[in-house]
Ligand binder design. Structure first.
Ligand code: COA
Length: 140
């Protein structure tokens, strides 16, 4: 499981993304992060039916300005039975300076009944662990 951030999403800061101070509105950035992490988790968990369960504190480190290109990186932190936990960083594409970082965002796969459901990545992981266990037993 790689914990390296993968930067896929890029956004240009437009006039409608600004707050009263003319810097990037934090709520807009949170929405971008939620969306990007949700897409990442849906791909990893093998289902589009995922919901945001938990977001740890966000550390807004530097402002972004109109015209800045913001890139958003996501990495897996933990794989659960029905959940996937990721971390996320948004940074300036031009300078690399970090705008905000989030240590833990938890997404949960849900079934048609709206309840938490086991996801494909958990199944794959369980299969891999079983293989390793079998190998360990035969190589004592
Ligand atoms: C997601 C939801 C179905 C989960 O219901 P629930 O009764 O909490 O389900 P569970 O207790 O079985 O927990 C599901 C998973 O979430 C994890 N979880 C639950 N509460 C958590 C919390 N506070 N922090 C981190 N993870 C949490 C559990 O560990 C479990 O993961 P695992 O199966 O990988 O171990 C329900 O809380 C819900 O519908 N929430 C609203 C989601 C939403 O509307 N989001 C915003 C829009 S996307």
């Amino acid at each position: 499981m790689s914990t390296d951030l993968i930067f896929r999403a890029r956004k240009v800061v437009k006039p409608q993304d600004l707050n009263a101070r003319n810097t990037l509105f934090g709520g807009r950035l949170m929405a971008w992060i939620d969306e990007e992490c949700g897409i990442y988790c849906a791909c990893q968990m093998g289902t589009p039916m995922v919901v945001t369960k938990y977001i740890s504190e966000l550390n807004f480190q530097t402002p972004a300005y109109q015209g800045d290109v913001v890139e958003i990186g996501v990495a897996t932190v933990d794989v659960g039975r029905t959940s996937l936990t990721v971390k996320c960083v948004a940074r300036s594409k031009l300078t690399g300076r970090i705008i905000v970082s989030v240590d833990r965002i938890v997404f949960v796969a849900i079934g048609a009944n709206g309840r938490a459901m086991r996801h494909a990545l958990a199944d794959n992981l369980k299969r891999e662990r079983n293989k390793v266990r079998k190998l360990e037993k035969t190589t004592v």
